[in-house]
Design a protein around this ligand. Structure first.
Ligand code: HEM
Length: 495
């Protein structure tokens, strides 16, 4: 016998030690240093259910830029405004791609739509076209304000039906906000009792919620073959397919009634672009499939984020009745009870503006933005970051940075007010992210937040149900968004 049992054992231990050393030291790589995670799993177990908090805490020890491992993948974490600005704005050309992640890729048509397209000409074309069309069919038109106010009025009527009894406001907000983007995209709205809408929103909510088992496939795609993981992944894929399928029906209906001389909404505008591209003999980038995923991105991103922010805003109003009262007094000082506020009056309501801003700071709906990736080999603060590396801009760390925001954990709208009570913009306030990939719906969202919030507070005082415990301000981190735990409130109509 050439080798003894002990020799084999020693060799195995040596190989294991070598692999571990390779895993931890990453020879040949000059990535920013960071904490050592678990072998094989890396930081997946460490981040737990509050990755934004864990990463913000790690910043204290490892600085503004550090690396972690998520399974086999290196992730470069950016904390604080300066690091995020340096990468996403100053080096935007290098840091504006999206990573390949199994679940995201599968639910977004293997790199279709806008939000998950890699940086490049297809993304640039789709984004530019979408921004321009949204402006034509919404943002730039005064009619959009009318549309939002119409929905705000419908929401008011719906809330009146609760007749002072406790209810969960979130589904109603989702319906109202979603109707705005639906009217821009396919010229339709959903009634509050429409089972199709409730079904669709339920699919979206499930996919935006916690994704423990399915989410792990983003880092270990092969785990999808384990039956329990497979089941969770299938559910996410089925939900996404149902949303896409339902939007496809609207698309087909538009195709059948398409008239190039009467462009009704975003879908028509895209169909027109497709036909023009066709004449030029190039339909490569503007395809029906691509359109299906673009409208899905707009529907999902346009409904979930804004309604979640409004839900947080009402939660803070029931927790801080004195703030709510001040907002109401400010609204009353600008318009009478029967007149709706216009977006042009925003500058006359600095306190209200500060309250909305503070809600978005203390509860950023996308605390870790969307994941970015390097589009080429890049350098950041002297570190070499290979092409395709995942980049996480932790927006939460910006808003909880005591250097920029004194006592960040305290809800203090006045931090955004100047000495004369005027609203003061803070350049580090980036809930929509920053740089080339920053939120495409920022203008729409800001308009909706202002008009919905003021309309609601003009007509109702929101209170906790008698004897109810205070709702928690600790939210739930889903696959992208940070939402409050479901809570009930009462809406008391104002005299
Ligand atoms: C991307 C925040 C509303 C459409 C994003 C990103 C953030 C964000 C943080 C990631 C940016 C990045 O990767 O650097 C928000 C917040 C909203 C909101 C806080 C409301 C309060 C909306 C609305 C729409 C929308 C109403 C629909 C028109 C998008 C799209 C992207 C995006 C399409 C992907 C952009 C790209 O990859 O080029 N948003 N968003 N968002 N948002 Fe929003």
């Amino acid at each position: 016998r050439l080798f003894t049992y002990c020799d084999v054992q020693t060799a195995l231990v040596l190989v294991f030690v070598l692999l571990l050393t390779f895993w931890y030291l990453r020879p040949g790589k000059n990535l920013p240093p960071g904490p050592w995670g678990w072998p094989v799993l890396g930081h997946i177990p460490t981040l737990g259910k509050s990755p934004h908090l864990v990463l913000t805490a790690m910043r204290k020890k490892y600085g503004d830029v550090f690396s972690i491992r998520m399974g086999p993948k290196d992730v470069v974490v950016l904390c604080g405004y300066e690091a995020i600005h340096e990468a996403l704005v100053r080096k935007g050309e290098d840091f504006s791609s999206r990573p390949s992640m199994y679940l995201f890729d599968k639910t977004t048509g293997m790199k279709s739509g806008i939000a998950f397209l890699p940086y490049g000409s297809l993304w640039k074309q789709q984004r530019k076209f979408t921004l321009r069309s949204l402006r034509d069919f919404g943002f730039g038109k005064r009619s959009l304000e009318g549309k939002i106010l119409e929905e705000a009025e419908g929401l008011k009527e719906e809330i009146l039906k609760t007749a002072n009894t406790p209810f969960n406001v979130r589904p109603l907000l989702q319906n109202a906000v979603s109707n705005v983007i639906c009217s821009i995209v396919f010229g339709a709205r959903f009634d509050y009792s429409d089972p199709k809408f409730n079904y669709l929103m339920d699919r979206v909510n499930q996919n935006f919620g916690e994704q423990d088992l399915a989410g792990v496939t983003n880092f270990f795609p092969l785990l999808r073959h384990i039956p329990a993981v497979r089941k969770a992944v299938d559910k996410v894929l089925k939900n996404a397919e149902e949303v896409i399928g339902s939007l496809r029906e609207d698309l087909i209906e538009h195709k059948n009634t398409f008239d190039p001389s009467n462009i009704r909404d975003f879908i028509d505008s895209y169909l027109l672009e497709m036909s023009q591209e066709d004449e030029a003999g190039d339909r490569e980038n503007f395809t029906e499939d691509q359109l299906n995923y673009v409208i899905s991105d707009l529907f999902v991103a346009g409904s979930e984020t804004t309604s979640t922010t409004l839900t947080w805003a009402l939660l803070y109003m029931v927790l801080y009745p004195e703030v709510q009262q001040k907002v109401q007094e400010e609204i009353d000082s600008v318009v009478g009870p029967d007149t709706a506020l216009s977006i042009t009056q925003r500058s006359q309501l600095p306190y209200t503006e500060a309250v909305i801003t503070e809600v978005m700071r203390i509860k950023p709906v996308a605390p870790m933005s969307l994941p970015h990736a390097t589009s080429k080999n890049a350098n950041l603060f002297g570190y070499d970051i290979p092409e395709g590396t995942m980049i996480w801009p932790v927006l939460w760390s910006v808003f909880y940075d005591p250097v920029h925001y004194h006592e960040p954990e305290v809800f203090k709208p006045q931090r955004f007010l100047g000495e004369n009570g005027q609203f003061v913009k803070d350049p580090t306030f980036i809930p929509f992210s920053t740089g080339r990939r920053m939120c495409l719906g920022e203008n729409l969202a800001k308009m909706e937040l202002f008009l919905f919030f003021t309309h609601l507070l003009q007509h109702f005082t929101f209170k906790l149900p008698d004897g109810a415990a205070k709702p928690s301000t600790v939210g739930i981190v889903g696959i992208i968004t940070y939402s409050p735990v479901s809570f009930d409130l009462c809406a008391i109509p104002r005299e």
